[in-house]
Design a protein around this ligand. Structure first.
Ligand code: HEM
Ligand code: HEM
Length: 463
């Protein structure tokens, strides 16, 4: 009879592959080896020196990943102390704030990381956009990124309701009212998501289920694939200067310690900032949700205030569905109609691209507030066209009034600057994005009671 041979241990197998002097002989060395192999599952063994430039990627993708990790860790602690039922949910938050070990700090960290994540993911998208890093072969990673951004907004929105305070209840009531404008299936969709005709106990349960399972699962699944694709697509795009004609020189260094050391310093620095912020600035919490007392004005969460502002200017079908739908579609399709590889890695494409970006920002900073004020005080489409359907008078006509100057502006850039396709895309995208940011700022800070325009500094102090 032959003796059953036991399977060699992991270390024995590694040892068999390594030269004798490469195998660490003590525990510390072996530990180090395990950590190093973990890192090298995420990163390649060598990276190109210029791809590590701070001022190229700004570490935004890494920061987004770190915030995701903080959200998952703090989320699990919150979940262990939280019941998704009204009014218990609110009482649990009070309990977390007062009686759970470091509960308030953990809640604050979750809240601020979630909000910062939206800003960071959008900045990361902008970086990828202005350096042309979405072009082949990275189209798929761009699409995955857009999906992750939408899911991040979903995670923030569903999380917003969970504290079950006045702020949560009314912001979600306003936010979800947009759903009913979806053509044909709006009513059904709203009923499905809210679990009833309006925000209530079922909505809380639905949002909780989505918040702690479906959405994080989808985000973390996509995130792993996003990272893998960065490697598969040949690492980060390489920074190039405006006048550089030939391809950048790919000088490489080992990931450990060069890249890992930078990542560690960056992550620790940001974590310290976040921790200090969360120690001193509490996540907001108002009185318990009261469906009978609506605040005036009732506003959606800040990241949807641009949309709420659009709704004040357009027929809901145009403001809430057509315009955002077109924007998301254009972002999805971007890598398929702007594929010039020459300027990948150059911030703003070219010298002319830089000037055009600045010009587009300046124009939008002037035009968007002007449009808001004119539309509030002067333009009154439905009064001018009383017999017209409001979809025409308040939707399609104002839309045309905006689109026609945009097309003329585009033609002007071609005639005046001899802009090529990629510079035109950059110009229009910068204009529209800046205008949307202006609308968001107007919605957050300059809309008072009844959602009419007001000057916050001129209001008498509230008692
Ligand atoms: C992308 C990931 C996530 C985002 C963006 C996110 C976002 C948020 C936001 C904005 C809130 C409201 C916080 C407040 O103002 O009080 C919240 C609450 C909450 N989240 Fe998350 N979250 C994420 C992941 C998770 C995960 C993975 C879990 C659980 C495993 C979780 C569990 C909770 C719980 C229990 C609450 C209610 C407690 C509270 O509101 O303080 N979250 N989340
Ligand atoms: C929301 C969470 C996200 C995480 C955690 C994440 C993470 C990362 C990381 C770590 C990198 C490599 C380092 C860097 O470029 O900073 C990266 C690259 C990339 N990301 Fe993201 N990302 C996210 C969202 C997005 C979004 C919203 C987009 C665009 C729509 C996007 C598109 C890309 C592309 C195209 C690259 C390759 C860039 C290049 O080669 O220069 N990502 N991402």
């Amino acid at each position: 009879m032959t003796e059953p041979t036991s399977r060699p241990s992991l270390f024995e197998r590694i040892r068999a592959r390594l030269a004798p002097n490469e195998m660490p002989s003590d525990d510390r060395g072996r530990m180090r080896m395990v950590v190093d192999s973990l890192i090298l599952h995420l990163h390649p063994t060598k990276v190109i020196v210029t791809s590590m430039n701070w001022t190229y990627s700004w570490g935004l993708g890494g920061l987004a990943a770190m915030l995701m990790a903080i959200l998952a860790l703090t989320g699990v602690v919150l979940q262990n102390n939280y019941t998704p039922a009204a009014p218990q949910a609110y009482l649990d938050i009070l309990e977390i704030n007062s009686n759970v070990w470091f509960g308030e700090l953990i809640r604050n960290l979750h809240h601020w990381s979630a909000n910062l994540l939206i800003v960071v993911a959008v900045l990361h998208l902008i970086r990828v956009f202005v350096t042309g890093a979405y072009r082949p072969p990275r189209e798929l990673n761009w699409l995955i990124g857009v999906a992750m951004l939408l899911l991040t907004l979903g995670a923030n929105f569903t999380g917003y309701l969970l504290p079950w305070d006045q702020l949560a209840f009314w912001a979600i009531t306003v936010g979800t009212s947009i759903l009913s404008y979806v053509p044909l299936v709006g009513g059904w969709l709203s009923q499905l998501i809210l679990g009833g005709p309006e925000v209530g106990a079922n909505t809380l349960l639905n949002f909780y289920a989505m918040h702690i399972s479906l959405i994080p699962l989808a985000i973390f699944g996509l995130m792993s694939y996003h990272f893998w694709r960065v490697r598969k697509d040949g690492g980060l795009t390489l920074p190039k200067s405006v006048d550089q004609v030939e391809e950048p020189k790919p000088e490489r260094v080992t990931t450990i310690p060069h890249l890992v050391r930078r990542e560690l310093i960056f992550a620790l620095g940001w974590f310290a900032v976040l921790l200090i912020f969360a120690m001193f600035v509490p996540a907001p919490l108002e009185g318990i949700a009261n469906p009978d007392v609506s605040p005036n004005p009732a506003k959606a969460p800040w990241y949807f205030m641009g949309l709420q502002e659009l709704l004040l200017h357009f027929h809901p079908l145009v403001g809430a569905i057509v315009l955002p739908g077109l924007a998301v579609l254009a972002i999805f399709l971007l890598p398929f109609f702007d594929i010039n590889l020459n300027s990948v890695g150059i911030y703003f494409r070219s010298r002319r691209g830089r000037s055009m970006t600045l010009l587009a920002m300046g124009l939008a900073l002037a035009a968007a507030p002007l449009w808001v004020v004119l539309d509030e005080f002067v333009l009154n489409w439905s009064a001018w066209l009383p017999t017209w359907d409001t979809l025409l008078s308040n939707g399609l006509i104002p839309l045309a009034v905006i689109f026609i100057p945009l097309i003329l502006l585009d033609e002007w850039t071609v005639k005046t600057f001899h802009a090529d396709t990629e510079e035109r895309v950059l110009f229009i995208a910068t204009f529209l994005f800046t205008a949307f940011v202006v609308l968001t700022i107007v919605g957050i800070f300059f809309r008072g009671p009844g959602m009419s325009l007001y000057w916050p500094w001129a209001m008498p102090a509230a008692h």
